[in-house]
Structure formats: C-alpha cells, structure tokens
Design a protein. Structure first.
Lengths: 252, 357
C-alpha cells in the first residue's frame, strides 16, 4: 500500500511550468530519491508537498487523505517533516531550543498556564525533553546541546536540522539535499543514520540528492526529473542505465 | 569559571541556572526593596519611572527582540492602558480590579490590531505601526467623553489599605512589584513553547511553519502579549503623570521605547532594565549638560530628540547587542582572563541564506 501519492501535479509560475503532470507514489518504509539536474523542479516538488507553493493542478495524498488543501502549519501535524536545502535553523537559539521546537505540534498548554508556568507546563517540558534526548542520542549530538547554532560547523548544523525534523515524530521525512556540504566521512555517517531511521524508527524517507554514489547506496527507488517532467522511475540500477537519464545528465 | 554539572532536566528549565544566580538576584531585589531607606522622594519617583519604562520595554522586547517584528507605535498601547485605567478608576472601579481589566483590554486590542497589521513585513510593518501610533493619538483627542480630549483627564489616586498613591514610597513599591511580576511572566512565556515559537518566527518563518507554528496566530499573539505588558505600564504611567493628555503618547514616546530596547540589547530581558535606566536618566543628563553648553546650542528646543537619534545610530553601528551585550563581553573577559578573544562575538557571515524557499 502506498503511504504517499502525488497525482498529476502541475505547478506553474506565470508561463513557466516548474512541474508538469507529475505522478508517483511512495511505499511505506521506503527510501525514495528524487534526482535531476538544476532547475528540474525537485525543490518545487518539496515545497508543494509542504504546502508552501500551491499546485495549479493535481492532488497529493498522504495516508489516503488529500492534503492539497491542508494549511502549511498543519502538514507536520499529519506526520510529514522536512529539512531545507539551505539550512533553516533558528540561528540565535541553542541546539536544545531548536530541537524542542520540533515538539511544538504536541503543545497542550495554553498561554495562561505558560505565564504562570504551572506544574502542567513543567511536566510538558520534561516530556518534550525526554523525546529530544532520544533523538540527541540517536544522532550523536550530545556535545552540542547548549551551543548556539551560530557557532556550529556546517556538518553539525545539517545534523541538527535532521534531528529537529525527527523530533516531530514523523511518518514521512522529506530531506532536501541532506549530503550537500558534508565531508565524505559525514556522508557515510548520514547513510547509516538514514538506514537506521528507516529500519529502527520505521520512517519513510523522500530525499532530493545529487551525490549519485550516495543515492545508489541508500535508495530503494529513484525518480528522475527534468524540466518538470518525470524521465523515469525505478530501482537504482535501472535508473543508472536509463537512456533518458543519461541524456539529461551527460547531454549525449 | 563556573562549570555546571547537569544531572536533571529541571536545571535547564529553572529560571536560576545555579546558586550564584539565586544569590545575586535575591540580593538585587533586597537592595531595591531597601531603596526608600536611602533615597528621597525625587529619586524614588525616578526609579518608579524606570520600573514603568522597563515593563513597557518588556512588552516591546517580546515583539521586536524576540518575535522580530518592528513597532514604531507602541506609545499607543501605553495610551490605551493609561486611559482605560484612568477611565475605570474615575468610574469607581478599585485599583486591583482595574489592572487585570487594563491588561485584558490591551491584550485584546493588540490581538485585533495584530491580525491585519501583521500580514505586512519589514519596512511596511514599521510604517503601519507608525500609523497606528498616530491613529491612537487622534482617538485620544477625539473621543472626548472618555478621554477628555485635548483638555486632558485627571487620574484619580486611589487608596489601598489606607495608603494613597500620592505616597511616593508606596508607589515605588507598587511599580517594583509589578516589574518583578512582569519579569517572571515574560521569562515564563519565553521558556515555554509559545516563547520558543516567537523566537522561531524571528529566526526563520518558513522553518517555524514547517514545524507546525501557525504564523498568523503566533504573530498576533506576540502583538497581544506585547500590548498587554505595555498596557500595564501605561496604567502605572497614568499614576506617575497624574494628568493625562493625548500629546504625551506621541511618536517621541514610541521612539523612546525603541531606543530603550536597542540600547538595552535586542533579545534580552536584562536589556529592558538596562535600557530603561539609560532612557530614564538620559533627560536628566541632558538637562545637566545644557547648563554647560553655550546657550546657542544648550537652549535649542530639539536637542533631546536629536541626541536620542544619535545615540540610537551609534548603538546600532557599534554595539548592536546593546548594554547587555557589552556586559556579557566584559563578564566573559574576566572569566577567560587572560585568554579572551575579541573574535568570540564577531558575527559570522552567512552565505547560505540567499534563496530561502
């Protein structure tokens, strides 16, 4: 059964069709990678899924529920979390505060109980923290809890963003170029973590990625986009040998 | 240097980070409580005024310093608080009932104004809030049967337990207690999910949204909370001034509040107090300086606003973190002595923010 489905989605900005009639579905527990040259519409696709852009046509289904009209801030409540291509962390806050924000959707307190910081508020902070600590242990962030994002190296920031997404308890994780800017070693670590996220936490992953050796290693299936249209969908080996994909990348 | 060994999550939740914090802040409160023993009425009045400014500063700090939304019209909320309070007192509502009503009214006004105005961002928001300030001033003039129009309105000075607000020691304690309570309320909001959502909106709206923060709701909430604090300050200000006139709540007062939070240090509650002390004493300082200046400069009517403006510019250029930022640097200098590096606080250039979506 497919967890997530995109049906005939078209996005146009004025006369430009960033996505043209794109349809695909992602199975539960899969690592699904979207590849394509620059300007292929990969990030547009992500922004449509997280409802930052409005699709001109088509629907998106998550758990068989049509989410094309859901408010952007409710997407994470459904169980979809994402990271951004150019980090969108809260720079003047500590790692811990960033991760605690990941628990925002589970907020039960109202303003009044927060003003007086009632025992219920305190209780909630403890609950948030328990989950956050799980994620910190999972992604080896113990050293950085109280560091401001400003002072962190790029690789760690990427990791914090992934951690923040995990804190929302997602069923589906959207990763926008998770390995860009990472060292080889960090990329290898990331590969292991993604496999762990898939197998231990049971989270389905859709990612956009350019590093083909990394893509081939972790992906279950790959979708290739170019100029807003689907070139091919299939297993890593099939995509590697697909004539259209080669054409798009190498220009043969 | 102090190393804190953390064994409980509560250590990250509590307001006091360690025993030192508890000691110094208790000492501060104790000293403040004993002030009437050392100071005469004039200085008590000045400190009361600084407390009032601090409360208003907390309000603006939550909006500008923590949520990242500019406001150039915050005097409107001071006015709303002051007039509501004076109106209620005139109609025989007791002080302790009037204050919660003032807070509620300012909160609601903030929310109602906030919902449409906060669709704007950056410069446009600043202009809209500027307009808000002018509109409020105009309403205070025109709504004569409530505000007394240009004639103004006397503020009744009620008695609590037989002590009148005319008693400067009593008024000092009232202001001090309200400042302490406001401080705790602000800290509590900021260490809760709502406060974190404010900071999230300041640092990255798009990320905040993707984590489930309803941008419209939280921006309006920030405006409302900010209005509530500032309204409370307005109520106390009404007692301090004694007689309300619409032109008190003009653009200059709004700019004074802005100066307060910038000089104090954006994004820190300590900054509101530092800024209030600075802004509170600045007019006295200018008055003293006037005597020493040649009369052609010293008696210029626009001297004060000009100096305010110059100071604002200098702080933004040379110490964007304000007095609190300077304090943190000095503290670190002695903690790390002799290995302090100027580079520690150098802002790192970020190149990755170019295309946000």
């Amino acid at each position: 059964m497919s967890l997530f489905e995109v049906k005939n989605v078209t996005v146009s900005f004025g006369g430009v069709k960033a996505l043209n009639d794109v349809s695909f579905s992602v199975n539960k527990g899969e690592i699904f990678t979207i590849i394509g040259p620059n300007g292929a519409g990969k990030s547009t696709l992500f922004n449509v899924i997280s409802r930052i852009y409005e699709p001109s046509k088509g629907q998106i289904y998550f758990n068989e529920e049509n989410i094309s009209k859901t408010k952007p801030h409710n997407i994470s409540r459904l169980g979809i979390a994402r990271t951004f291509q150019n980090l969108e962390l809260f720079e003047n806050a500590t790692v811990l505060q960033n991760l605690l924000l990941g628990r925002h959707i589970f907020k039960k307190t109202n303003l009044l109980s927060e003003v007086f910081f009632t025992p219920k508020s305190r209780q909630q902070e403890h609950e948030y923290r328990l989950k956050v600590e799980e994620v910190i242990d999972f992604l080896d962030l113990q050293h950085y809890r109280d560091t401001l994002i400003n002072g962190l190296p790029y690789g760690v920031r990427k990791n914090v963003e992934l951690a923040r997404a995990l804190c929302t308890d997602p069923q589906l994780l959207l990763l926008d170029e998770p390995s860009s800017g990472l060292t080889n070693e960090e990329t290898i670590d990331l590969g292991f973590w993604m496999k762990d996220i898939q197998s231990i936490l049971g989270i389905t992953i859709i990612m956009i990625e350019h590093d083909m050796s990394f893509v081939n290693k972790v992906s279950d299936r790959i979708l290739a986009l170019n100029y807003g249209e689907i070139l091919a969908t299939g297993l890593p080996d099939e995509i590697k040998n697909n004539a259209d994909v080669k054409q798009a990348y190498m220009g043969e | 240097m102090r190393f804190i060994f953390k064994t409980k999550y509560s250590q990250d939740i509590n307001i006091a980070r360690h025993a030192g914090d508890k000691f110094w802040y208790s000492l501060l409160i104790l000293v403040m409580a004993m002030m009437p023993l050392f100071l005469d009425d004039f200085y008590l009045g000045e400190i009361s005024y600084i407390c009032i400014l601090s409360i208003a500063g907390i309000g603006l700090m939550i909006l500008s310093g923590y949520t990242g939304l500019a406001s150039l019209g915050h005097a409107a909320f001071l006015g709303i608080g002051a007039y509501t309070h004076a109106f209620l007192l005139t109609n025989g509502v007791p002080f302790l009932v009037s204050i919660p009503i003032v807070i509620a009214v300012s909160f609601l006004v903030g929310a109602v104004i906030g919902i449409p105005i906060l669709r704007l961002t950056g410069m446009y928001l600043a202009i809209a809030t500027l307009a808000l300030g002018f509109i409020a001033e105009h309403v205070f003039i025109k709504w004569e049967h409530v505000t007394g129009g240009n004639r103004g309105m006397p503020v009744p000075q009620p008695e609590i337990m037989g002590i009148s607000f005319y008693n400067s020691i009593f008024f000092y304690y009232v202001c001090l207690i309200f400042l302490i309570v406001s401080m705790f309320a602000a800290i509590n909001i900021l260490r809760s999910p709502t406060g974190r959502a404010f900071v999230a909106i300041r640092d990255s709206e798009i990320a905040a949204q993707s984590l489930g923060v309803n941008l419209g709701l939280y921006k309006a909430l920030s405006f409302a909370v900010s209005g509530a604090f500032t309204g409370l300050a307005g109520a106390l200000l009404a007692h301090y001034i004694g007689y309300l006139a619409p032109d008190i709540f003009n653009i200059f007062l709004s700019l004074t509040l802005l100066l307060l939070i910038v000089v104090g240090g954006m994004g820190s509650l300590h900054g509101t107090v530092f800024g209030a002390i600075f802004v509170g004493f600045l007019p006295q300082l200018i008055a003293i300086c006037r005597d020493y200046l040649p009369s052609s400069i010293g008696s210029q009517p626009g001297l004060e606003p000009m100096l305010f403006g110059i100071i604002l510019v200098f702080f933004i250029l040379y110490e964007p973190l304000g007095i609190y930022g300077r304090w943190v640097k000095i503290k670190l200098f002695f903690e790390l002595f002799p290995t302090y590096k100027r580079q520690t606080f150098k802002k790192q250039k970020v190149f990755t923010k170019s295309d946000r979506v």
